[in-house]
Design a protein around this ligand. Sequence first.
Ligand code: APR
Length: 312
Amino acid sequence: MARRHKIALIGAGNIGGELAAMAARHELGDVVLFDIPEKESLAKGKALDLEQMGSVLPYDAHITGTANWDDCAGADVVIVTAGVPRKPGMSRDDLLGINLKIIRNVADQVRSKCPNAFVIVISNPLDAMVYEMKKVTQFPRERVVGMAGVLDAARFQLFLARELGASVKDVRAMVLGGHGDTMVPVTSYCTCNGIPVRQLIAADKLNAIVERTRQGGGEIVKLMGTSAYYAPAAAAITMAEAYLHDDKRLLPAAAYLDGEYGFSDLYMGVPVIIGGKGVERIVTIELSAEERANLEKSAAAVKELLDASKKL
Ligand code: APR
């Protein structure tokens, strides 16, 4: 008999709330919004508000707010936003010390309470957080993935679409590498309904768009005083849905590399297939010499971040 899926959202803040709303609206299953005891009533309040929205729209999802890990037990999907978001002037790396402690605690609980879950990490600095999640849970790499590429590619696609005066629905783009200023928007694979954007946008304009994409997170932090939440939530829900529905979507995501692209023992953004088995495949693509060099630079930045976190 089919059963309802359970989605545990660790962190009931800005992204957590949006994740809950989207998971419910997409009827992915029942939702547990977990936060620390000081935020338990916020989690409960958001859950109740969202359940009430369900009777308007309508959708049928049980949404629970809690600070008790037992309520997350047996979740099919765990999405982690626990941590402190970036404040203006703070780099993702500044967050490392604070969020590392939080992720270790969360990973410990995930390992014992949700041993079969597909885990999507959003907390920043992403590449270090998702690495730590895998290390502590000891889950196979198929079941621990980081959300960055779908968001970075979404930003890239939007800027390209606006420049082209074309629908964002027709623009597809790929962003590889670490989720930071060294990310690698791969222009050679960006198309507007199959037409390479390089044929449609002048090189200087394209470079400016690449730069804006790299700074895409910071641009929003400057405007709002905190990090983005609508698009990040949508990106993670796309990944969760691909897993729960065995969609076999080809998406850029932070995956654990074990020799792919010549890198080992690190998480970095690469194209992957997400389906019912989780990260079913890491897809290797050809890169130009410049893209390859940029990817090496990005990997070096991720390594540096990992080295820093190993000392903490
Ligand atoms: N367990 C569960 N939740 C926790 C824990 C913990 N140990 N520690 C902190 N949290 C909660 C906070 O109480 C807060 O409600 O995580 C939530 C984070 O929510 P916000 O502060 O609103 O941050 P948000 O915008 O959702 O971003 C979360 O995602 O994109 C990244 O940089 C961003 O690391 C940040 C994360």
